[in-house]
Design a protein around this ligand. Sequence first.
Ligand SMILES: *Cc1c(COP(=O)(O)O)cnc(C)c1O
Length: 397
Amino acid sequence: MNKEEVIDLHKHYVMNTYSPELVLVKGEGVRVWDIEGKKYLDFMAGISVSNLGHAHPALLRAIREQSERIIHTSNIFYNELQPPLAKMISERSLGGKCFFCNSGAEANEALIKLARQWGHAKGKYEIITLKQSFHGRTMATLAATGQDKVQKGYNPLQPGFVYAEFNNVESCRAAVTDKTVAILLEPVQGEGGIVPATPEFMNGIRALCDEKGLLMLCDEVQCGMGRTGYWFAYQAYDVQPDALSMAKALANGIPMGAIVAKPFLSNVFQPGSHATTFGGTPLVCAAALAVFHTMERDHLLENVRTTGAWFEVELKKIAGHFDFIEDVRGRGLMLALVLNTPAKPLLRLLEKHGLLALNAGEKVVRFLPPLIVTESDVNEACAIIRKACAELVASPS
Ligand SMILES: *Cc1c(COP(=O)(O)O)cnc(C)c1O
């Protein structure tokens, strides 16, 4: 098929939930190719999914070998790979147990259910979430999401969620009632515009939760798995949440979600209280284990810190040259240009010159390169960004 045929067939048979333009057919490392053979530097990694880049040999080997052994067992049986993966996650985070599922929304559903199950005996169920947050598209997670655009047309919304201001502890305190069970937050808001939580906010929320007997829950679906230079973004702060969710990069593109809890929350779910057919299949666990092993063998957290710092400096230099760029913000390799104009025209120019990036809200250009990215890849990307910015100024669209 050629490009037009793919798009035509898609428009006939696939529901129109996105508005894609490119047809991508191949990837290798930090580069992808479209159906017409044009090469791009991939600085979005499938929305922070392909953290090891495309076609990483360790991932391919793990998938191939495991698929020849057994792909799926269901959770009616033990499989050999869930326990070591859970241990891997637990030892790098909260020290308790994991539950495996298949996506970010499902991982957040599990967090919400865990909090409700835990609060049930005390009659507590309400969860405070933050404005401009994003937690997913299922009925409960879209109700948890503090953005109207995600909720429009889906009334009645799942009750039990109230919204407070991000980076504002007093706003959260004011939202606490005798029904509140938890506060759910992204340590770095992703879809909301790459906005990091302040240390004061993280410390203040932990203290508020301790004072009121609430659970502190982190959605690390986008900012976790090394993206900010730590296994989990909360680790840049002095506090620990009581449970957290992860997904996106967990198995580098094989769909997978998980939650991990502190020990005191680890036995809240019992047989019958939560379940999933696909969660934690041998195949996906093999992929996730390969991700952890490769991240450690190749020192990718260190790479995120050094290459991320380099990228941030270069972006700040670019921002200094263009009045329409108001700010550079983010953590590690989760960085953004905050514009005073819509992001789409700049994104189109970046794509034209061979760089894939993505927006986060209307006026924010977001960069989420694979964590294997090198300084030389960053320099190549920055040359494109510079050129695209100059072109935008010369002929604003
Ligand atoms: C992407 C995302 C989700 C939803 O994940 P899905 O796998 O699309 O369900 C939830 N929370 C955050 C912070 C995300 O970035």
